[in-house]
Write a protein that binds this ligand. Structure first.
Ligand code: COA
Ligand code: AMP
Length: 618
């Protein structure tokens, strides 16, 4: 079957108001357009269709929150009712097709309800992860220019309540664009001051609203914007279209994850990340599954048996999370004792993604769970897996360290710096031959030129993933490292470039570098080295501590920036480029070569000493 035949057939499995007559418009590369003349609605495909087809009484959503001691379920009919009413609230605030709505919410059902309500109206949601601070939220408010922001009074972390409303108020203050309204979900553990005329209470607004119907949209109309880290402080607003997303995500539920309508599917991530968009919200609901919103952690809520409890309590058939979650569990319960307390016979497979999966973690999970553990590779940009062992097609032998082969629709290749294909086993840039399949990003919001320059310029005809790796002689792909400033901290994608911009704001800092160093649990951690301005005579530890606090205030706790030291100079090439790669290798205790172009090799002794003092370079 050809690529277009595959997607034409998959498109036949979703609801269209007007079925597309063209499968792929190739007239304006790299802006390929799937199903250009179709019209559809994502919310209709997620909810209404299932109620109409007799799934109204099936659980659509299970909310399990150990941090608030709450469990709640919504059937498809109940969820449709809630979403239609909230769509009515948004419509009443003037939100219509094409308008943007920012959703800044903890892991509560209302986050999913707000997203689907936007989709119902053809409005474009942009979910911002709750662990980001006001400044990051403000940057996104200015870029997306939302009419309304939906938020809650607080998030609940195991050790503390995180008041969201003051963060939101600060962000609106900082931003140049001012939303007309906010809708705030009041949670019992935290109240919030409301701005008269601007802020609405969720419950009151819903009680007064009329349900709104679905608005048909063009297949290529945006479903959402999701900001992700790039090389600078300006995040990239990944835009996903509506028709392609429905077709690809629904196809992937059966073909990649092998779940049937009615099965319980659980992605233990956050709605603020792409995994949450695709596999907590849209994919499972397009496919008529039961999805789980889990507001808790793998450990400490209350113990490392938390995941096993959820799997057995709700009969989870397929689970998806990041390797870091399993490393956290393994660290606290290496023998898997907590597993013994639960019946996990319902579980067919575990999928892992978000960062490189070390073979140790994969083998531990395989051994303890006794089901296939599938490492798969994808990105915010692609929205669904590039490489995976596709369980619904054929279970290939699992090779630890590799996310297996390219998923149908992706032609993955490895190119050298001249754009030539390399031999099997040789490392190079991982690229995907165009066109990318449906459901991948169609542009960057307000930054069409950046879309072309960041992803499609270096290797004409290919999408540059930003990852490096190799393909072995069996077609297995190995994803080894990023080729840019992006690091992965506990499965969260962060930019060291953006962190350097924050450190450089400190008045005593002349120069700085942030590198991602290896961490046993989180995979990577950011580590900052500071060079101070001449004449600064305050204690170095005070300045490092201020920088750590400033990072928390500017980017947010999610940056996990806790390693920082002052040094006299940074190692550079003779042309002035900071040797970040060399510092990272020294920190990780890897073997490294003195760069031929280094300006002054002696500096590396001082860097090594500073890294040792932080517990690295051992
Ligand atoms: N709102 C506010 N703060 C948040 C937050 C949110 N939604 N999510 C995380 N934070 C805070 C945490 O409280 C923590 O703050 P601290 O520095 O005061 O401790 C900080 O951000 C870092 O959070 P996190 O990286 O999650 O670390 P952790 O130590 O709390 O937990 C793990 C570590 C491994 C248990 C956790 O990262 C995890 O479960 N990861 C699963 C993987 C995942 O969800 N990946 C997403 C992509 S698939
Ligand atoms: P995000 O956009 O947050 O999903 O992060 C995407 C990046 O995470 C990728 O570009 C990779 O660097 C990394 N990543 C995701 N999944 C994997 C995987 N299975 N193996 C290796 N790296 C991965």
């Amino acid at each position: 079957m050809t690529n277009t035949e595959l997607w034409q057939q998959a498109a036949g499995n979703i609801h269209w108001y007007k079925a597309p007559t063209t499968v792929l418009d190739e007239s304006n590369p790299p802006f390929y357009r799937w199903f250009p003349d179709g019209t559809t609605n994502a919310c209709y495909n997620a909810l209404d269709i299932h109620v109409e087809q007799g799934r109204g009484e099936q659980a659509a959503l299970i909310y399990d929150s150990p941090v608030t001691d709450t469990k709640r379920q919504y059937t498809y009919a109940q969820l449709l009712d809630q979403v239609s009413r909230f769509a009515g609230v948004l419509a009443g605030l003037g939100v219509a097709k094409g308008d943007r709505v920012i959703v800044y919410m903890p892991m509560v059902p209302e986050a999913l309800i707000a997203m689907l309500a936007c989709a119902r109206l053809g409005a474009v949601h942009s979910v911002v992860f709750g662990g980001f601070a006001s400044n990051e939220l403000a940057v996104r408010i200015d870029d997306a220019a939302p009419k309304v922001i939906v938020s809650a009074t607080c998030g609940v972390e195991p050790s503390r309540i995180v008041p969201y409303k003051p963060l939101l108020d600060d962000a609106i203050e900082l931003a140049e664009h001012k939303p007309g309204h906010t809708v705030i979900l009041h949670r019992p553990m935290q109240d919030a001051a409301m701005v008269e005329g601007r802020d609405l209470d969720w419950e009151q607004a819903v009680a007064a609203a009329e349900p709104a119907p679905c608005t048909p949209v063009a297949a290529n109309d945006p479903l959402y914007i999701l900001y992700t880290s790039g090389t600078t402080g300006q995040p990239k607003g990944v835009v996903r279209d509506t028709g392609g997303s429905i077709v690809a995500l629904k196809w992937s539920m059966k073909n990649v994850y092998n779940v049937e309508p009615g099965d319980v599917y659980w992605a233990a991530s956050d709605v603020g990340w792409v995994v949450g968009h695709s596999y907590i919200v849209y994919g499972p609901l397009f496919n008529g599954n039961t999805t789980v919103i889990y507001e808790g952690k793998p450990v400490g809520t209350p113990d490392p048996g938390a995941f096993w409890r959820v799997i057995s309590e709700y009969n989870v058939k397929v689970m998806f999370t990041a390797p870091t979650a399993f490393r956290a569990i393994k660290k606290e319960d290496p023998e898997g004792k907590y597993l013994q307390q639960y019946d996990l016979s319902c579980l067919d497979a575990l999928f892992l993604a978000g960062e490189r999966c070390d073979p140790n973690t994969l083998e531990w999970a395989q051994d303890k769970l006794g089901v296939p553990v599938i490492d798969h590779w994808w990105q915010t940009e692609t929205g669904w897996p590039i490489c995976s062992n596709c369980l619904g097609i054929e279970l290939l032998p699992v090779v630890p360290g590799s996310p297996a082969r390219a998923v149908p629709g992706y032609d993955v290749q490895v190119l050298d710096e001249n754009g030539e294909q390399v031999a099997a086993g040789d490392i190079g840039a991982l690229v995907v031959k165009q066109p990318l399949p449906p459901g991948t990003f169609t542009t960057l919001w307000n930054a069409e030129d950046r879309y072309v320059s960041a992803y499609f310029s270096r290797y004409p005809g290919y999408y540059e993933t930003g990852d490096a790796g190799y393909i072995d002689e069996n077609g297995y792909i190995f994803v080894m490292a990023r080729t840019d400033d992006v690091i992965n901290v506990a499965g969260h994608r962060l930019s060291t470039g953006a962190m350097e911009e924050v450190l450089a704001e400190h008045p005593d800092v002349a120069e700085c570098a942030v590198v991602g160093v290896a961490d046993q649990m989180k995979g990577q951690l950011p580590l900052g080295l500071l060079v101070l301005n001449a004449g600064v005579d305050r204690p170095a530890e005070d300045i490092a501590a201020e920088c750590i606090q400033h990072m928390r205030d500017k980017i947010g706790p999610v940056a996990a920036f806790k390693l920082c030291a002052v040094v006299d100079r940074l190692p550079k090439t003779r042309s002035g480029k900071i040797l970040r790669g060399t510092m990272r290798s020294i920190a990780d205790g890897e073997s490294w070569k003195m760069p031929a172009t280094i300006d002054d090799p002696v500096i590396l002794d001082e860097i090594t000493a500073a890294l040792k003092a932080l517990g690295y370079a051992q």
